[in-house]
Design a protein. Structure first.
Length: 470
């Protein structure tokens, strides 16, 4: 294609949740907008190799395990047989349908998808580079929004070959169920994808540097979570660091050392998943042409989504804050509304997190540790799912809901839940907290019976000490 110059109000680089939502909102607000995306499909990490395919496998593997382990107790005798090819195919179909859906939304909102690698070539100018390295288009932009996302972090001595040593992308498409899988990193990716393969039959060992799992999660909740995963058969080696990995034809040999010092040991597994975090993508983006210098970890600093260069904005995983699709989406809306002269706003204190394992873990706001460190006096109300009728009749009564509220004003400061479906229910508390609700507001709100959501109300009652059903 010949190089052509087109002028837009907004040019977005990256078509993930941050970039595609920015494109849609800009189109809605009547701006001319283009989104440059180098992948063959829109949707970024999230739709292609992240949130969506992982949840497709989590859902399917959960049903597989339930059919084999839990159905008989409720009077359904079946012997499930795994069809991994079909499980992967249904995952791929969901991904294809959703990425096509984003393409449809672009057309609906008159946002142009410019295929290729985007590179900033000075103020107000984005060049698009094709697979052959040639510039295929030059876009002139009143505003440039960087939404290039993130990629898996590497570990010296552990070379990801996507065959025996995989990152999250490889772990979404293993060709067989491993007999044994070692996961490096007890974070969200390691525990979600580790759960998938354990349910399908792998022996899973998780090697974690820290002496706890899921840093950032409320400690009491994380301990309960670890106990639950251990009961399911996941083996944890905490306080351990991997110093090397050697992939053979049919297995991998790992050297692992205690962080506190001591003798190294050798572990062997069919496959290794490296999941020790993600890093921002800015290489080759031409940031130097506009004087933007990423911080030491590669993130682009922003103030209300504005970078240090006039007319250039950054949103999503490439900027600071939690690396979550909905955080990127919120920033997209706020950034575009700010560009349009409206009052863009993101409440960073109320961005929920969910781990989609069984049981799920969901939280929003501050942890007990954060409140203690800040010297904030708080009261806690807690309710176990063993006392919730719906959880009981479904034979899924593991976990609890914990509500933390200001000791004086009763404003809800944090909510931490572990149990089936808590990922769906956390939004109730997000809304409550956006309205600066007191725990009493939730405690006095009628909830339908019998639902798990009643546990959310009972935990709120507990803040003032009048939980009725436990
Ligand atoms: P990305 O989604 O990474 O998109 C950036 C896009 O920019 C990519 O498509 C990339 O190809 C493109 N790009 C980069 N550079 C250029 C360039 N120079 N030119 C053109 N295009 C470029 N988050 C959740 O909230 N919930 C989940 O359940 C969840 N599950 C996850 C599971 C896994 C396995 C992984 C890996 C991540 C998961 N995440 C989840 C995180 C989520 O995927 C990210 O937070 C989210 O995708 C970030 O959105 P983004 O738009 O900032 O970046
Ligand atoms: P993570 O940051 O969640 O966890 C990484 C873990 O690896 C930490 O526990 C860390 O202590 C450990 N670690 C770091 N270096 C190590 C080493 N050398 N050896 C052993 N352990 C080491 O990162 P993860 O799991 O890779 O996920 C990246 C991000 O993707 C998440 O933080 C999250 O933002 C996003 N994500 C969100 C999901 C969701 O919302 N459900 C699902 C999957 C990913």
């Amino acid at each position: 294609m010949a190089d052509t110059t087109t002028t837009y109000d907004v040019v977005i680089i990256g078509g993930g949740p941050a970039g595609y939502n920015a494109a849609i909102r800009a189109g809605q607000l009547g701006m001319s907008v283009a989104c440059v995306e180098k992948r063959a499909t829109l949707g970024g990490t999230c739709l292609n190799v992240g949130c969506i395919p992982s949840k497709a496998l989590l859902h399917a593997s959960e049903l597989y395990e339930m059919a084999g382990k839990d159905f008989a107790a409720i009077g359904i005798d079946v012997k499930p047989k795994l069809n991994l090819v079909q499980m992967m195919a249904q995952k791929a179909e969901s991904v294809a349908a959703l990425t096509r859906g984003v393409e449809f939304l672009f057309k609906k909102n008159k946002a142009d998808w410019v295929k290729g690698l985007g590179r900033i070539a000075g103020p107000g100018k984005v060049e698009v580079v094709g697979d052959d390295g040639r510039v295929t288009a030059t876009l002139s932009a009143k505003n440039i929004v960087i939404a290039t996302g993130s990629e898996p972090s590497g570990l010296p001595g552990v070379e990801v070959d996507q065959a025996r040593i995989v990152d999250s992308t490889g772990a979404l498409s293993l060709p067989e169920v491993p007999k044994s899988l070692i996961v490096i990193g007890a974070g969200i990716i390691g525990l979600e994808l580790g759960s998938v393969w354990r349910r399908l039959g792998a022996e899973v060992t998780v090697v974690e540097f820290l002496d706890r799992i899921t840093p950032g999660m409320d400690t009491e909740t994380a301990k309960t979570f670890q106990r639950s995963l251990t009961k399911q058969g996941v083996v944890f080696k905490l306080g351990s660091k991997v110093t090397g990995a050697k992939a053979g034809k049919s297995d991998v040999t790992l050297t692992v050392e205690p962080v506190a010092g001591g003798a190294p040991e050798t572990l062997k597994a069919d496959y290794v998943l490296l999941a020790i975090g993600r890093k921002p993508v800015t290489a080759g983006l031409g940031l130097e042409s506009v004087g933007i210098v990423p911080d030491k970890r590669g993130f682009i600093d922003t103030d209300h989504w504005k970078t240090s260069a006039a007319g250039i904005w950054a949103i999503g995983d490439v900027t600071h804050g939690p690396m979550l699709a909905h955080k990127g989406e919120d920033e997209a809306v706020a950034c575009i509304e700010t560009i349009a002269g409206k009052a863009g706003h993101v409440n960073y204190g109320i961005i929920p997190s969910v781990v989609y394992t069984f049981p799920e873990v969901a939280w929003v706001g501050q942890t007990e540790e954060e409140l203690k460190a800040a010297g904030r006096a708080y009261k806690a109300g807690k309710f176990p799912f063993t006392a919730n009728s719906r959880a009981k009749v479904n034979h899924e009564a593991e976990g609890f809901v914990k509500v933390l509220a200001d000791a004086v004003t009763d404003e809800i400061l944090g909510v931490h839940m572990i149990g089936p479906d808590v990922g769906e229910m956390i939004a109730e508390y997000c809304v409550a907290m956006e309205f600066k609700a007191a725990s009493e507001d939730v405690a006095r709100t009628c909830h339908p019976h019998p639902t798990r959501s009643e546990a959310l109300r009972q935990a709120a009652m507990g803040v003032e000490g009048w939980t009725m059903q436990a």
